[in-house]
Ligand binder design. Structure first.
Ligand code: IFM
Length: 458
């Protein structure tokens, strides 16, 4: 059994008094992704994904970790949903594994689909809204073998998948997300090579992003033809600070902002690609065809924002930028700076830049730390402070007029943190990977106490 923290846990984590986040119609949830938690990578006809291949390639993932077992959520999903309900959460954001639900010929894999149908039905029983992401990076390997996101055809295969999900899961989903963090798929998957499929070439940048965004547009259209639930996309945003006041560093920071934030948001919300990127990647141009931009910029019902950190940026002396080490700032286990005000500033900045900014959900925010169970308890007061400070920043953005409708903590469980394997722990629940035992961290207990107080007040 986990003990409650000594201090008043609800007050320690709560948003400021009077915040709209105290109202019951502001949604609180947690988020996960299929490959990071499910395990059972060979169950019931699941096909290999690019992340299975990447994990099997020596040197790609720390410690040689794989997704084969992960948090064994494929078998423990009922217990995991019970935990969420016990915390008093109102929603769960998770992703469907494309290789689990669709055969290589495009036909449905009903055994795989049944897993998600059961999950969705239990979420509804427990009054948890389901925010369902179609693509959180686990592209079927057979599509990678035909070019992956470098091939325009993959966008059409994604539309087929979206159409199938809309047909099969119609009426069970509260909100659809086409893509999670296309920035990471394009940049880490195809430019830096840190993520699957591990390609490293800046000439891939605009091709992959354009095809991903096209997949979003086509997928959103397909979903809307099948189901009435709102549809959006989730983008990871970063705050950027110039390392100095010099014109070169300030320009470098502008380019970093264009790359991190506007590369995805301008096409979606302005209907054109951001031209600063031509300075950054002179050899990469989007493979635009007639009609693409109308699909890509079709109005979304909401925008999902994932926020974790700020980067300090200086010029690299040429046309690019590099991160400048900034000593003395608070950092998480990932080495990411804790800077909640960055979220507020980005949200208010987007509100000014985009006249058509849709309502926003914070679809991920959280921190990794080296959490341990001691006498049945996980003391993660740092995470409680982290959440409280980000709630305050979101509240300030809302008071400045940004429409934020909900917040999803990353993550429900400690899980497979991609190229870092299992060493980085982001969960509200600690996972002992040897036994699969879940332990509520103090942050989970504090969130539970706050939600109980909120429910009692409203
Ligand atoms: O674990 C990831 C998640 O899959 C996508 N957003 C960032 C998280 C932390 O790195």
């Amino acid at each position: 059994m986990s003990a409650l923290p000594q201090h008043d846990p609800a007050s320690a984590i709560a948003p400021p008094a009077g915040s709209a986040m105290w109202r019951r119609d502001f949604l609180f949830g947690t988020a996960t992704a299929a490959f990071q938690i499910e395990g059972a990578t060979e169950a019931a006809g699941r096909l290999p994904s690019i992340w299975d291949t990447f994990c099997a390639t020596p040197g790609k993932v720390d410690n040689g970790d794989t997704g084969e077992v992960a948090c064994d959520h494929y078998h423990r999903w009922q217990e995991d949903i019970d935990h969420m309900a016990g915390l008093g959460l109102g929603a769960y954001r998770f992703s469907i594994a494309w290789p689990r639900v669709m055969a290589a010929d495009g036909s449905p894999n009903h055994k795989g689909l049944d897993f998600y149908k059961r999950l969705l039905d239990r979420l509804a029983d427990k009054h948890l809204q389901a925010f369902v992401t179609l693509y959180h990076w686990d592209l079927p390997q057979h599509l990678q073998d035909k070019g992956g996101w470098l091939a325009r055809d993959t966008a059409y295969r994604f539309a087929d998948y979206a159409d199938l999900m809309g047909r099969e899961l119609k009426g069970r989903v509260n909100a659809w997300t086409t893509l999670n963090e296309p920035w990471c798929s394009a940049y880490h998957g195809h430019v830096s090579g840190a993520h699957a499929p591990g390609l490293r070439d800046e000439r891939h940048a605009m091709d992959t992003m354009h095809h991903l965004l096209l997949a979003h547009g086509l997928g959103m259209k397909a979903l809307r033809s099948r189901d009435a639930a709102p549809v959006g996309l989730v983008h990871n945003v970063n705050a950027v600070l110039p390392a100095s006041d010099s014109p070169a560093d300030r320009r470098a920071a502008e380019l970093a902002h264009a790359c991190a934030n506007l590369w995805v948001l301008d096409p979606l919300l302005l209907g054109h690609h951001n031209t600063d990127l031509e300075e950054l990647w002179p050899t990469s141009r989007p493979p635009l065809r007639d009609g693409d931009m109308a699909l890509i910029s079709a109005p979304m019902d909401y925008l999902g924002i994932n926020y974790y950190f700020r980067s300090c940026i200086r010029s690299d002396g040429a046309h690019g930028y590099v991160e400048a080490p900034q000593p003395g700032v608070e950092r998480t286990q990932m080495g990411w700076e804790v800077y909640p005000e960055g979220l507020r500033d980005l949200l208010t900045g987007f509100q000014s830049r985009y006249a058509n900014l849709p309502p926003i959900y914070i679809t991920e925010n959280g921190m990794a730390s080296d959490d341990r169970v001691v006498d049945g308890r996980v003391n993660d007061e740092h995470r409680i402070r982290y959440f409280a400070r980000h709630f305050a920043a979101i509240d300030q953005a809302m008071r400045a007029g940004v429409r934020v409708k909900g917040y999803f903590a990353w993550s429900l469980l400690d899980n497979f943190e991609w190229a870092y394997g299992y060493a980085k722990r982001f969960g509200l629940l600690h996972v002992d990977y040897a036994t699969q035992r879940r332990t509520l961290k103090d942050s989970a207990l504090a969130l539970r106490a706050f939600l109980a107080r909120r429910n009692a007040h409203s």
